[in-house]
Design a protein. Structure first.
Length: 386
């Protein structure tokens, strides 16, 4: 005869067996969901200009990133999962960029944002999105780089570094009569600050400074005429899509200075247009030239672009490719559970990552991963010469 205590123990054992069966059934039923979550594509998103005057740069960034992820997917993905790149056209409009970024951020399946394009656009995205990792904003504005946003991982060098390189190069050649053209917007004003600082370090005073109404404005004539009237030996053009139009107007107005340009002006259409002009600018770059054989990054980029049937190698698409390679490594280091926090931790762990000739160095309090810069020019056939 069982005592009440024995009945109680037996009931507990029976309940435990039932509970185990129910729990096991739930786990088995949930197994397909777990498998699906581990095999579902890893989604990353990009907002950029897919229309308007800055479309060539936007398409370059996107194609470079897509070529990278296509190559990764052909090789089996990251930890067995494919990567899906989702895009949205912001028309180079800051408000639209913010709207796109917020939509992406509201989708829990998007684990990171890739290279927002433009200073004002990057500012809006950074202000609006604080919990999603943002990799490789297409802006070198130093104030943004130094803001200390923990979720933003910079791949491109800031404008101060580029301007220092250009001014140092001019000074080395004993060319001290230096002028600047810049757009009257946050991007241009950041460049103006860096330009003045680089000159001040050498006790050089600018012989001329002029601005266009904005980055996307083709109203370049007044600035071109103003700068053609000053005795400049070197003219630094901090313009993007409007660079060829300004350069042509400057020469037509009688300007004779040697032309320098920042990396953002080095899109494929710009280089093709500049190659046709008698005097071709010298560019600062923040990635190696696409044809630089000594860089593994450039070799892999060219192969992956061809495999994706993308033609027209460019500095801009190589930058997009580099951004995607950095993000892919952060995702790989995130491990089996890929979410925003794990990707952030993965990126942060890249204290000395070799990107194929470029070193990316992040850390707990380090978000400016790259300080590479060089000087190139363009040949008559459009080829970049370093």
């Amino acid at each position: 005869m069982q005592t009440p205590e024995k009945n109680k123990v037996a009931g507990q054992r029976q309940w435990s067996r039932r509970q185990w069966i129910q729990t096991s059934g739930a786990l088995i039923a949930g197994a397909p969901y777990i498998a699906r979550s581990q095999s579902a594509p890893i989604r990353v998103a990009a907002t950029f200009a897919n229309s308007g005057v800055e479309k060539p740069n936007g398409q370059g960034l996107f194609q470079g990133a897509q070529a990278c992820f296509n190559a990764i997917n052909r090789a089996g993905g990251i930890n067995g999962r494919q990567v899906e790149l989702v895009m949205a056209d912001d028309e180079f409009n800051p408000a639209k960029a913010k709207e796109n970024a917020l939509k992406f951020a509201s989708d829990a399946g998007v684990v990171a944002l890739l290279h927002p394009q433009g200073t004002r656009q990057t500012t809006e995205v950074m202000n609006a999105v604080r919990t999603v990792p943002i990799v490789g904003p297409n802006s070198g504005t130093t104030a943004l780089h130094k803001r200390g946003a923990n979720n933003v991982f910079w791949v491109r060098t800031n404008y101060d570094v580029e301007l220092e390189r250009l001014v140092r190069f001019a000074d080395t050649l004993n060319l001290k009569q230096i002028a600047l053209v810049y757009p009257n917007d946050p991007f241009g004003l950041s460049v103006l600050d860096g330009f003045n600082a680089a000159l001040a370090r050498r006790n050089i005073k600018a012989v001329g400074v002029a601005s266009t109404p904005g980055t996307a404005s083709l109203e370049v004539g007044p600035a071109a005429k103003a700068l053609a009237a000053v005795p400049a030996q070197v003219l630094i053009m901090s313009l993007v899509g409007t660079l060829p139009a300004f350069h042509e107007a400057y020469r037509a107005a009688g300007g004779t200075a040697i032309s320098f340009a920042l990396s953002l002006g080095g899109s494929a259409p710009n280089l093709a247009a500049m190659a046709k002009q008698p005097e071709r600018p010298i560019f600062s770059v923040i990635v190696p030239p696409p044809n630089a054989e000594r860089f593994e990054l450039a070799r892999k980029y060219r192969a992956d672009m061809r495999a994706s049937n993308f033609s027209g190698d460019s500095l801009v698409s190589l930058e997009g490719y580099a951004d995607a390679r950095v993000l892919a490594e952060g995702i790989r280091r995130a491990g089996a559970r890929v979410d925003r926090d794990s990707v952030t931790a993965g990126l942060e762990s890249m204290s000395d990552f070799d990107l194929g000739g470029l070193r990316i160095r992040y850390g707990k309090d380090a978000r400016e991963g790259n300080t590479y810069t060089d000087i190139v020019t363009v040949a008559q056939n459009g080829q970049i010469l370093s």
